[in-house]
Each structure stands twice: as structure tokens, then as C-alpha cells.
Design a protein around this ligand. Structure first.
Ligand code: ADP
Ligand code: ZN
Length: 596
């Protein structure tokens, strides 16, 4: 098995679970796989396809991706085809003929094909060994990406009762999981659930204040690396891209309002690394297989945690460290409310409101972000600290908040529990705009030394410590809990975390996985781009960044050592070995480095 893995995919080892999954499939078991984006799902059906005698049929909704996947497989020496609406009738006939001849191991199709009688008839003539349903959550109405087309997949079990089926997804709650298994009629499926944890993603939440300056800092940190910036509206994407271009960056924008041609062009520019940054609405990303995105920024917090996790999942698919930054401002809730309030069905509306509360809760939480997300998806998290989120990366400095807590509680109490955070802060800071009779309270203007942001964070801490209760709804008000009333009677020492400084987090260097040679890496990237452009495929089809970094670290000088690089298999060695070795050897010779 390992020899095949190296020869065809160029990898030294299976990732956790891959081998168990592959063995289950090879025993003709129906199999269900839940694995995070970038976890290595594709290999779980591509590898068995090599071992099976017949054809492996893969159903995927991601039409835009099929060509790339098939190109990747071909670059690895595996015969694969795809059939979807982007092909002409004659192309399809040609391909079907080749498949019929038994020359093909893997066939990708879009789900709508399976509703066509002619295609079903064609399938019936084939020797199918395995059916893989990718993005399987699309079959469930409970999922967030339901696709009516997926309904026709129910027929597969009836048409091919004996062919093993594997369903794969990255996002599924228990309910969706059961729904998938039912709808596809999987028989006693073996279920593999790998952790949702994406260790290489840094999860950062930042205050949405001077956010453009912060974004510029973040981009500086990721010089020459690919970045997605998600904006809330189409207009914002255009402004963001425009502002960045003004600063000398190569940027494009992307949203559903653009005509097909422009949308495709802008997407292509980003995928081919011609531009560094794409400013997009969430219309961008589905069906994009780009492994070297180093940072995903959300200018406005998204509307669900599921959506957020999927969007940031587009970062770091090559396994290298990447930053995910969410800019949070409580005021942005109004933007979401506007759309949620337009939902007519009451049940759906309430459901969406609940989802929104959860993501706000995430953003306002003062404990480890990763732990929060993993718990949200029903996973235990053994570590207290992940060391890769803004909370864990901030050194905790406590300060004695007894006095200020007393003032905040008194202020909430005196104003009757009818006001929200911002108003309470105004009173504490002695702002003229508060109601006249509130100016008579002793707390009026008592905390002038703290900034609004600091006071906000202190109040948040006190909410988290259950001293203050924040009501739900559109205009949340603050009131005191029993614990706070007790405290006002007999004060005890309250210690909370000092409001944190975000700048430190921005500049914190992400730990690199390998200390590779930057100049050689750039040269190899240029070579990769040249080859990719000649072949009209995305760069990752040639080699991933992780492979190039290994080359720029180990300096392989002959075919034997080149083959040791992760991601180099027999076919890639043959196709690209010579040209890459030439660049490496030249570089090593010029600099007098030791060869690998
Ligand atoms: P998913 O479909 O789960 O999002 P992919 O199948 O696209 O993930 O794999 C993500 C990345 O991991 C790809 O760049 C792939 O080449 C790489 N990969 C998969 N399996 C292995 C492995 N065993 N060793 C090294 N890299 C792997
Ligand atoms: Zn953490």
C-alpha cells in the first residue's frame, strides 16, 4: 500500500485515518467519512480506485473543480475523466467511449447527470467498483448547502445494490449525518469521524476599529502570499480591492453581481497567483481548490459558526500555518438582522437568529477559540490552551478590578437595568449625552481614565464571570445577577484579565514549519508557475507549496533524492524532475551550498 502511495501520489505516509478508511472501502464496506477540509478526503476514494478492477464513480457538485482534480490525477499518472455541463456533446460521447473501453479508473460527474435517463443507461453498462458521494451534506435539507440535484442520488442504491458506497463531508452535525446515511441507504456503514480541528489555522478575533490599518499590517506580515478578504456586501468588496490597489497591492474583487466573464477572470487571476488578494462576498470559495491561501479575513462577522468554519477552511489546505482573522463589532449585528427579519417563515427566522447569537457568543468569548469551535461541533477538547488563537496567544495579565466592578454594578443598578453596554459606558465616562437625571449619580464620570474599548472588555469579562446578565434581542440591556448583588453587599476581590493589545498579536510571527531557503523557494515557485501556465492548470497540480519548501530545504540534487520529497511520485518525477533539479542544482552551485 505504501509503495502505491509513494508511486502515484508521492506521499510517504498515510494521514491519520486514511489507511483505516481505505481498508474499509477495499472490503466493499459502505463507509461514511467526516473529515475537515484539507484533511485528505480525496485520497480515501482515489486510492481504492487504483486497487479496484472496475470504475470508481465520484459525484461532486463542484463542477469548477472537476477539471483540476482530473488534471491532478493525470499528472500523477492515474487515468481519470469528468463529465459535466462544461463539455460539449461530442466530448461527452468520446469520454463515454473511452470509459466503456475500460481505460479509465476514475470518473467525476455532477449530480444532475444522475437524473438523466441516457446517462443512467450508460452507467448500467459499466463495471462499477465504487461510488463516492463528495460534499454529501448537500443531500440534506438540514445542511446549510442543500442541493435539490442531490435528491436523484437516492437511485444509486437501487441501480447498484452491490456496489460499495462512500459518503464524504467536512461539515455535518449528527442530524445531517444520519440524514445522509438514510437518504443514500448506506448499509451498515462504517463511520469515520476525524477531529474538525485544523491545527495549522490560527484563529484570531479582532476589534473592528481602524480595521483597514490592521488589515494593511496583516498583509505586510503575509508578503507575497495569497489572501482572501471576505466583505459583507458587493460594494464593500469593490472598495476594499480599490483601496488595496491604491496602496500598490495586486487585488481583485469578486461577487455574484459581476457578469460571468469578469467573475471567472478575477477568480482565475487569484487561483493562478497573478494577484495576491481577492476581496469577495461569500459567493467566492465554493468549489475553489487552492492550497496556498495563507490568510482569510472577515471584515464583518459571518452569520453562522458553520459558515465561518467552512470559509476559513479555505486557508492552509496544504497544511502550512495560516491566519484566520475575524473583525468583530457588536454593531454589525444590525446588518445581519436586516436580512434575517426579511425571512417570512417564522421557524427559519428564529433558527437563523439563534445561529447569529452563537457566532456573537464565539466572538465575545474570552476563552480559547479553538476549544469553543470544537465543543460547538460536539468534540471534546483535551487541551486547555491551543496556543494558536488570540486568547491563548495573549499573555494573561490580571488586574484588580474590584473597584471598577463596583462602579459598573452601581451604574447598572442605579439606571434600573434598562440600558445597554454603550450607554453604561457613557454614564461612567461622564458624557453629556446621557439623560439629565443620570448625571446626578455618583458614578457619572467616575471612570474617565479607561477608554471605551477597555470598559467594553471589562464589562464583557464581568458578563463571562456571571456578575452581569446581558439580555437577548435587538437591543440587549445589562442587568445584575444575584452574584453581583451579593458582591455589592459584601465586596470580595475580583481579578480579571487586562484588556488586550491587538498589535502584538498581529506582528507575532507564525512559526514556519521548515526553515527553507526563501530565494530558492521563490525560484521554484516561478518555475512551477511557468509550467502550470503552459499546461493551463493551477499551480498546485504541479506541486504544492509544502513540496517546494521541502525542495528549498533539503536541496535534492539527483532523481533519487528528488523522489524523497513529499508530493513527488513516479509520474511527477518523470514529468518535472529534470527541470526542477536543474534549477536546484544551479542555485546550489552558485551559492556553494551542500547538496541533499
Ligand atoms: P479534503 O478533500 O479533505 O479537503 P484533500 O483531499 O484536498 O482534502 O487534501 C488536502 C491536502 O492534503 C492536499 O494538498 C493533498 O495533496 C494533501 N494530502 C492528502 N493526503 C496526504 C498524505 N497522506 N500525505 C501528504 N499529503 C496529503
Ligand atoms: Zn486557543
Amino acid at each position: 500500500m505504501k509503495n502505491l502511495l509513494k508511486a502515484y501520489f508521492g506521499y510517504e505516509e498515510f494521514r491519520p485515518m486514511q489507511l483505516d478508511i481505505i481498508n474499509s472501502i477495499l472490503q466493499n464496506q459502505d463507509t461514511f467519512i467526516l473529515m475537515p477540509t484539507g484533511g485528505g478526503k480525496s485520497l480515501c476514494y482515489q486510492f481504492p480506485a487504483l486497487k479496484f478492477n472496475g470504475l470508481t464513480l465520484i459525484i461532486s457538485p463542484l463542477i469548477a473543480l472537476m477539471k483540476d482534480q482530473v488534471d491532478s490525477l493525470k499528472a500523477n499518472g492515474i487515468s481519470a475523466e469528468f463529465i459535466n455541463s462544461s463539455l460539449s456533446y461530442t466530448d461527452i460521447i468520446d469520454i463515454q467511449y473511452r470509459i466503456y473501453q475500460g481505460e479509465t479508473k476514475i470518473l467525476y460527474v455532477a449530480p444532475e447527470r444522475l437524473a438523466q435517463d441516457s446517462f443512467k443507461k450508460f452507467l448500467k453498462t459499466l463495471d462499477l467498483s465504487l461510488i463516492a458521494v463528495d460534499e454529501a451534506h448537500c443531500i440534506s435539507e438540514w445542511g446549510h448547502e442543500f442541493r435539490p440535484d442531490y435528491r436523484s442520488l437516492k437511485n444509486l442504491r437501487i441501480m447498484f445494490p452491490k456496489v460499495p458506497m462512500v459518503a464524504l463531508t467536512a461539515t455535518a452535525t449528527k442530524k445531517v449525518r444520519e440524514d445522509i446515511i438514510n437518504q443514500l441507504s448506506l448499509k451498515n456503514p462504517k463511520i469515520f469521524i476525524s477531529s474538525c480541528n485544523r491545527e495549522n489555522l490560527n484563529l484570531l478575533v479582532m476589534k473592528k476599529k481602524n480595521s483597514f490599518d490592521k488589515i494593511l499590517e496583516l498583509i505586510k506580515k503575509h508578503e507575497n502570499e495569497q489572501i482572501i478578504i471576505y466583505c459583507f456586501s458587493r460594494k464593500e468588496t469593490e472598495k476594499m480591492a480599490g483601496d488595496l490597489i491604491e496602496r500598490g497591492y495586486k487585488a481583485v474583487f469578486y461577487h455574484a453581481g459581476l457578469n460571468d466573464e469578469t467573475r471567472k477572470k478575477n477568480q482565475e487571476l487569484f487561483i493562478k497567483d497573478e494577484v495576491q488578494i481577492i476581496a469577495a462576498t461569500i459567493a467566492f470559495g465554493m468549489g475553489i481548490d487552492k492550497s496556498n491561501v495563507r490568510m482569510v479575513i472577515h471584515c464583518t462577522f459571518p452569520k453562522t459558526i458553520e459558515g465561518y468554519y467552512q470559509e476559513i477552511g479555505r486557508a492552509g489546505r496544504d497544511g502550512l500555518k495560516s491566519d484566520c482573522v475575524m473583525f468583530y463589532a457588536a454593531r454589525d449585528k444590525r446588518k445581519h438582522d436586516f436580512f434575517i427579519n426579511q425571512i417570512e417563515n417564522e421557524k427559519t427566522r428564529e433558527y437563523q437568529k439563534g445561529k447569529l447569537r452563537e457566532i456573537i457568543d464565539y466572538a465575545e468569548s474570552l476563552s480559547c477559540r479553538r476549544k469553543y469551535i470544537l465543543n460547538y461541533f460536539g468534540e471534546e477538547c483535551s487541551n486547555e490552551k491551543c496556543n494558536a488563537c488570540d486568547i491563548c496567544l495573549t499573555k494573561k495579565e490580571l488586574f484588580n478590578a474590584t473597584k471598577i466592578a463596583q462602579n459598573i454594578f452601581s451604574c447598572i443598578d442605579l439606571t434600573g437595568g434598562f440600558f445597554g453596554t454603550n450607554y453604561i459606558i457613557k454614564v461612567l465616562k461622564g458624557k453629556e449625552s446621557v439623560k439629565d437625571w443620570h448625571k446626578k449619580f455618583f458614578v457619572f464620570g467616575i471612570e474617565k481614565d479607561f477608554s471605551d474599548d477597555e470598559l467594553k472588555e471589562i464589562i464583557l469579562s464581568l458578563i463571562n464571570l456571571d456578575f452581569i446578565k446581558k439580555s437577548e434581542g435587538d437591543y440587549p440591556t445589562l442587568s445584575l445577577t444575584f452574584k453581583a448583588r451579593e458582591f455589592l453587599q459584601t465586596p470580595v476581590k475580583i481579578e480579571i484579565q487586562k484588556p488586550k493589545e491587538e498589535e502584538k498579536i498581529i506582528t507575532k510571527k507564525i512559526k514556519e514549519d521548515l526553515d527553507y531557503d526563501r530565494i530558492l523557494f521563490r525560484k521554484l515557485k516561478e518555475l512551477r508557475k511557468k509550467i502550470a501556465d503552459e499546461r493551463n492548470v493551477p499551480a498546485f497540480v504541479i506541486f504544492g507549496n509544502a513540496s517546494l519548501q521541502e525542495m528549498a530545504y533539503y536541496f535534492p540534487c539527483n532523481k533519487e533524492s528528488f523522489l524523497k520529497i513529499n508530493g513527488v511520485g513516479e509520474t511527477k518525477l518523470k514529468s518535472f524532475g529534470d527541470v526542477f533539479l536543474k534549477v536546484i542544482n544551479e542555485y546550489v552551485g552558485e551559492n556553494g551550498f551542500e547538496k541533499g
